[in-house]
Ligand binder design. Sequence first.
Ligand SMILES: [Zn+2]
Ligand SMILES: [Zn+2]
Length: 178
Amino acid sequence: MKIGIHELKMKPGTQLKFSLEESWRDIQVGRESIPVVAPVRVEGELTNTGKFIYLKGHAWTELELACARCLEVFVYPLEVPLEEEYCTEAVFQSLPETDTLRDEVRVYEGDILDLRPAVEEAFILALPMKWVCREECRGLCPWCGKNLNTEQCNCRGEEVDPRLLKLSELLSQNKGGC
Ligand SMILES: [Zn+2]
Ligand SMILES: [Zn+2]
């Protein structure tokens, strides 16, 4: 996911529009590696703002996630906005220690800007906390483990209403008192 910026670098105030497509095998989310099942597309523009190269754009792809309820894998399409600032090591070093920009800018080397780390991070940030194949997913039966989206089981029939349970407890206590 690399862009040549030799010319852009030379001329402050200029812009470079770009559109890239690349196949990725997976992305790392914590200790999990998530399969990327569609090409990663990135579109946007780079602006030479003098000290920095400012990136604004969008990225798209599709990931394969495992549902937290039914454990089936499903395809999750993603579209994320991109907004980044890049600078050279020399510019980075010239920023005061207290400058909060230090936490935000990315450093590039030479005439190449590699967008992959920024795009990967944007995808990870856009993932929901809990991965669910669909809102109405019924998940697995907590008693027999069957996938309730595709199968039926009799466990629910044997489930006891908690209010009835309380009542039967009271009744048995009364019996004990007699
Ligand atoms: Zn599910
Ligand atoms: Zn069951």
